[in-house]
Design a binder for this molecule. Structure first.
Ligand code: G6P
Length: 360
């Protein structure tokens, strides 16, 4: 396999730029939903999504998709916690493991446990012929191509894409989604690569923003709903590649602790695109501003009212709720990348981290 940076300075930037293609590849040939209603799908009582690192954040977004689209109670958990918890699962539990490598020791061990307890087990992974693919009853491959940067980017977007497909698939089989709704959702998904592309087309804006905020030593990422998981992913990206202390928090939890940290030395990155929760997050933004904090916010293009409340608005295109987490994640990746670059960090090979952690 020939691996090059495609003219970019780092693999990470190339992989960020490749995300529209990664989403297309994950969607390809899959939006053809089988007819029929297999009994085991009807009997599912619970879906448990597991993963580590970025894949755990994909699991947390997946939980929202499964509940909303398939109507099945779902939860997301770190594989390293799940494996030692003696979880109550059985044949009516669908366990979905998520992993770029399919080799993460904790994830594979958690899968073995799920197998012993008789759960139905599927894996979403990028690496074919991985351990995860061998242990699972079935594998949904990302087809994202090799990811070299230690910090996952395109495989995160690919994971979310497959989780959407899986949720719509289950929702359709279980009669939660009628044919017309299913078609509408599939059409929405097809718009994803274009919407991600629109954010990427403005990548240079992030480089100038990095120069304005790259010296802050503390970042708080806030979001609600599926965007709470994206806030965690944004914080993870920043700490992984730029070694800056960053926390991802559900915005509604801010008042229970993080608000005590707000002062002019704290940079808050809020996800407040136009959706049902936008007004709530906007109140959190105002609370941060009232305490002298700096606010960068990911907002929907045209939302001048929200933009007037923040120091640095980052605009994304209007997107259907389903696609929102895929679109809001891109500005955070770009911001982390350019801050790490500014600080002279080794973006593709950050200290102390490994692409795949095959030992406990
Ligand atoms: C390592 C990598 C992360 C990755 C995590 C899970 O910590 O540095 O980027 O998210 O492993 O990897 P997986 O292959 O299971 O998705």
């Amino acid at each position: 396999i020939v691996v090059d940076k495609g003219g970019h300075r780092h693999f990470m930037l190339k992989e960020i730029m490749d995300q529209p293609q990664a989403m297309t590849a994950a969607l390809k040939d899959r939006a053809d939903f089988a007819n029929g209603r297999p009994a085991d799908v009807m009997q599912l009582e619970r879906v448990v999504l597991i993963g580590c690192g970025t894949s755990l954040h994909a699991a947390q977004v997946g939980r929202h998709y499964i509940e909303r689209l398939a109507g099945i109670p779902a939860e997301a958990e770190s594989a390293s916690e799940f494996r030692y918890r003696d979880p109550i699962i059985g044949p009516r539990t669908l366990v979905v493991s998520i992993g770029q490598s399919g080799e993460t020791a904790d994830t594979v061990a958690a899968m073995h446990l799920a197998r012993e307890k008789g759960a139905t087990l599927i894996t979403i992974c990028n690496a074919e012929e991985s351990q995860a693919a061998r242990v699972a009853d079935g594998a949904l491959y990302m087809h994202a191509g090799l990811e070299v940067g230690v910090a996952s980017t395109k495989t995160f977007v690919a994971s979310l894409t497959i989780l959407q497909l899986l949720s719509v698939y289950l929702g359709q089989l279980r009669g939660k989604l009628d044919a017309e709704t299913t078609r509408r959702l599939v059409d929405q998904m097809a718009r994803g690569p274009g919407l991600i592309g629109e954010v990427l087309a403005e990548a240079n804006l992030y480089s100038s923003l990095a120069r304005r905020i790259g010296h802050y030593d503390n970042f708080l990422f806030l979001g609600r709903g599926a965007n709470a998981a994206i806030a965690s992913e944004g914080a993870l990206k920043l700490k992984e590649i730029s070694y800056i202390h960053a926390e991802g928090y559900p915005a509604g939890e801010m008042k229970h602790g993080p608000i005590a940290l707000i002062d002019p030395e704290m940079c808050t990155v809020a996800l407040a695109p136009r959706d049902d929760l936008r007004d709530k997050t906007l109140s959190n933004i105002k609370e941060v501003k009232a305490r002298g904090g700096l606010v960068v916010a990911v907002l929907t293009k045209g939302d001048d009212e929200a933009a007037s409340e923040v120091d640095f608005p980052l605009f994304i295109p209007q997107a259907p709720d389903l696609l929102m987490p895929l679109v809001t994640t891109v500005p955070l990746q770009l911001l982390s990348y350019y801050i790490a670059l500014l600080r002279g960090c080794d973006v593709d090979q950050p200290r102390n981290l490994a692409k795949s952690v095959t030992v406990e």
